[in-house]
Ligand binder design. Structure first.
Ligand code: NDP
Ligand code: GDR
Length: 371
């Protein structure tokens, strides 16, 4: 019999890659999905197995991190060997708009999971992975950031995640639970949510290259992030729960890049050379990039502009992680670097929007019953 895993946030980017990985390793995978008015399982539909089939190894349960009774019931029913708590309101900028909801789900939601495990008498059986984040480091205290770098969270999201981090440590120390934090730096993929910066850029680049969009509106281009690939990072999550002792680990590439440079590399991948007109112009909302002569756009076309709405009340300017502990103790070896990540994302989005363009060119419209 394979192990049993329960994934909160299975419908998200990481949930999808992790479910795929665990199924390949022979696990029975249970996932918690939220009820929504539209289907929200796109990322895992290819893994879904009809419950009427034989040897089904994946099951979805309706649930929510804000509902303890629901979590207790699911954990009791599933009796998991491993819980991966990936569910969260994960958008930093949105957390400024919904701070209380973010605290409930991201902070207290983690407590609800840990407490459910304890109440059900599973403290010695069930291992818990908590999706902690490089956002904990916030205002720069030291670089590169490691497991010992002090935290200085800069958003309601990061403050909520700081509670989740410490309650995980506390349950480990208080009740001897195998509970650990993966302090993961930004990780992306073609499955990344459309409003996170990398995917927003690769989608815009793809749409522009097929003539479906004219301009990309951006916020702070000077922010620096340590971007890796989600596929590599879910491997590290799994490795953490296979250790003899529960410990917290930083997972990062050790390389940092500005948002500005990410934009340049993404356009280049689509055959579009862009030129920034000058540092500092961005704050005034001036258009800052032009295309060259060889690309699918008109020469001199303006392609990127700044929109103040994407600036955050408090920003995290610089993230660069030190993954030495994960490499040494977990034997974690990432397969992707930034150019490979950008290539995969841009090509996937071009494929997506080529299809949309084809439909449009052949007279198909998006259905709108009220038109
Ligand atoms: P996504 O936003 O792609 O996925 C979040 C998941 O959480 C979705 O399945 C979402 O469901 C679910 N969710 C949201 N609210 C609730 C709720 N109230 N109850 C139950 N489930 C809920 O995030 P990622 O996959 O990128 O990230 C996974 C985790 O890792 C998150 O906790 C995130 O904060 C953390 N993290 C992410 C990093 C990254 O760079 N990606 C870096 C460090 C940490 P639905 O599909 O219905 O919206
Ligand atoms: P982040 O990711 O806040 O690091 O959180 P995001 O991609 O949203 O922003 C990265 C940086 O880009 C700047 N930026 C913009 N961001 C967005 N979304 N849209 C824009 O138009 C834009 N312009 C500039 C931001 O200001 C920021 O500096 C992600 C999430 O996955 C979290 O859940 C996770 O914990 C952290 O990564 C690690």
């Amino acid at each position: 019999m394979g192990k049993i895993a329960l994934i909160t946030g299975i419908t998200g980017q990481d949930g999808a890659y992790l479910a795929d990985l665990l199924l390949k390793k022979g696990y029975f995978v249970h996932g918690i999905k939220r009820r929504a008015s539209l289907f929200n399982t796109d990322r895992i539909d290819y893994l879904y197995q009809d419950p009427h089939e034989q040897n089904v190894r994946m099951k979805l349960h309706y649930g929510d991190l804000s509902d303890s009774t629901n979590l207790i019931r699911i954990i009791q029913e599933v009796q998991p060997d491993e819980i991966y708590n990936l569910g969260a309101m994960s958008h930093v900028q949105v957390s400024f708009e919904s701070p209380e909801y973010t605290a409930d789900v991201d902070a207290i939601g983690t407590l609800r999971i840990l407490e459910a495990v304890r109440i059900l008498g599973l403290a010695k059986k069930t291992k818990v992975y908590q999706a902690s984040t490089s956002e904990l480091y916030g205002l720069v205290q030291e670089v590169p950031q490691s497991e010992t770098t002090p935290f200085y969270p800069r958003s309601p999201y990061a403050v909520a995640k700081q509670y989740a981090y410490w309650i995980t440590v506390n349950y480990r120390e208080a009740y001897g639970m195998f509970a650990c934090n993966g302090i993961l730096f930004n990780h992306e993929s073609p499955l990344r949510g459309e409003t996170f910066v990398t995917r927003k850029i690769t989608r815009a680049v793809a749409k522009m290259s097929v003539g479906l969009q004219d301009m990309l509106y951006m916020g702070n281009l000077s922010a620096q992030r340590d971007w890796g690939h989600a596929k590599d990072y879910v491997e590290a999550m799994w490795l953490m729960l296979q250790q003899e002792k529960p410990e917290d680990f930083v997972v990062a590439t050790g390389v940092t890049t500005t948002v500005r440079e990410f934009i340049r590399l993404a356009f280049k991948e689509a055959g579009i050379d862009i030129e920034f007109k000058g540092e500092g112009l961005e704050e005034k909302g001036i258009v800052i990039a032009v295309s060259n002569e060889e690309c699918p756009l008109k020469a001199g076309q303006e392609v990127v502009a700044i929109d103040a709405r994407y600036f955050r009340p408090t920003e995290v300017e610089l993230l660069i992680g030190d993954p030495s502990k994960a490499k040494a103790k977990l034997g974690w070896v990432p397969k992707y670097d930034l150019p490979a990540l950008i290539k995969e994302m841009v090509l996937a989005d071009i494929e997506l929007f080529r299809k949309e363009k084809l439909l449009k060119n052949n007279g198909f419209k998006v259905l709108n019953q009220f038109e």
